[in-house]
Design a protein around this ligand. Structure first.
Ligand code: NAP
Length: 298
């Protein structure tokens, strides 16, 4: 292996240490940053992700509650819950953990979520703001990727980037953020032809596919920077694997994210950071998430 590691675990820890200081300052002013979650109770992976996010939130002094939805939850109940969270001045951020149970319309739920509480940055309004270069919450996973790259001073301006995957929560916003950083960006997807040849032209490769170890070292330009957002469970393997074959990619790349310990921890750090931003903005507006004083001294 010759590549250096883009260590998301270490940077996430540093980020959370810095967030804890900001949370302490808010608490001194009577504001407890609070992230609430809506999660499918019957989806073990979602429950595990949410448990981890809430544990990290608690470690830095944030509050939060989870609402569990299941196959008996109606759309009206879900939208009522979102309306209550939108209106609750004590709630600064709301995470709709994907996927919700099948009978629920997730797009309608995202449209209903207020943009000032969309700390995951995935509502149509937040994504539109990203596209239009307007202020707003940025999507947590691509934001975490950008922070990892900028922290390690990876040059982006003028570089050729290939993002593999065009999902609304990951591939597309990652491409937009790289574009904003002045990279020249190509987005690949399942209908792209000659993907290895395309990837071979890239200085920066972001893999956001959901196919275990699809990107191989011989697809890469020597010295490429490889960001592996994939997180795949493979039968018989002791830990989850990314979309890139780490061993072969690490012999060709200059920098690479490990899985686990790369993009995943940065996603959570970015989500919590957005929520602390939301709490600070509420504090600046007068002490609560809706702008009415919650009794604090902000
Ligand atoms: P998704 O919605 O399923 O999108 C996957 C994308 O990959 C699609 O755009 C698809 O193309 C493309 N694709 C599929 N097969 C391909 C192929 N053979 N060649 C090129 N492109 C192909 O997945 P997602 O939600 O973006 O997640 C992607 C991966 O990231 C998953 O492993 C997921 O677990 C992981 N993830 C990690 C984090 C984190 O925090 N680390 C957060 C979110 C997701 P089409 O559009 O043509 O179908």
């Amino acid at each position: 292996m010759s590549a250096q590691i883009l260590d998301g675990k270490a940077l996430s820890r540093q980020t959370r240490d810095a967030l804890r200081v900001r949370v302490d300052a808010l608490r001194e002013q009577g504001i407890v940053p609070r992230l609430d979650v809506i999660v499918a109770a019957q989806d073990p992976a979602s429950v595990a992700y949410v448990k981890m996010k809430r544990k990290w939130a608690e470690e830095i002094g944030m509050a939060g509650e989870a609402t569990e939805v299941d196959d008996r939850t109606t759309q009206t109940e879900l939208l009522d819950r979102i309306a209550r969270l939108n209106a609750d001045p004590e709630v600064h951020g709301v995470l709709l953990q994907h996927p919700l149970p099948k009978q629920l319309d997730e797009d309608a739920a995202l449209l209903a979520l207020g943009s000032t509480k969309d700390v995951d940055g995935i509502t149509p309004e937040s994504l539109g703001r990203l596209t239009a270069d307007l202020p707003g919450f940025r999507c947590a996973t691509p934001l975490g990727i950008m922070r990892l790259l900028t922290h390690h001073e990876i040059p982006l301006a003028g570089k050729r980037a290939v993002v593999i995957g065009r999902s609304v929560i990951l591939g597309k916003p990652a491409a937009l953020m790289l574009l904003q950083a002045n990279a020249t960006v190509t987005i690949a997807h399942s209908k792209t032809v000659d993907l290895p040849d395309l990837v071979r032209e890239a200085d920066i490769v972001v893999a956001a596919v959901g196919r275990p170890e699809m990107v191989r070292g011989d697809w890469l330009k020597p010295g490429a920077v490889v960001v592996d957002a994939g997180y795949n469970r493979v039968d018989g393997r002791t830990h989850d694997v990314g979309d890139c074959d780490f061993e072969s990619c690490a012999t060709v790349a200059s920098w690479i994210t490990p899985v686990p310990g790369g993009v995943g921890p940065m996603t959570v750090a970015s989500l919590l950071g957005n929520c602390v931003d939301a709490a600070e903005a509420a504090c600046a507006r007068g002490g609560s998430a809706s702008g009415t004083s919650a009794g604090g001294s902000c």
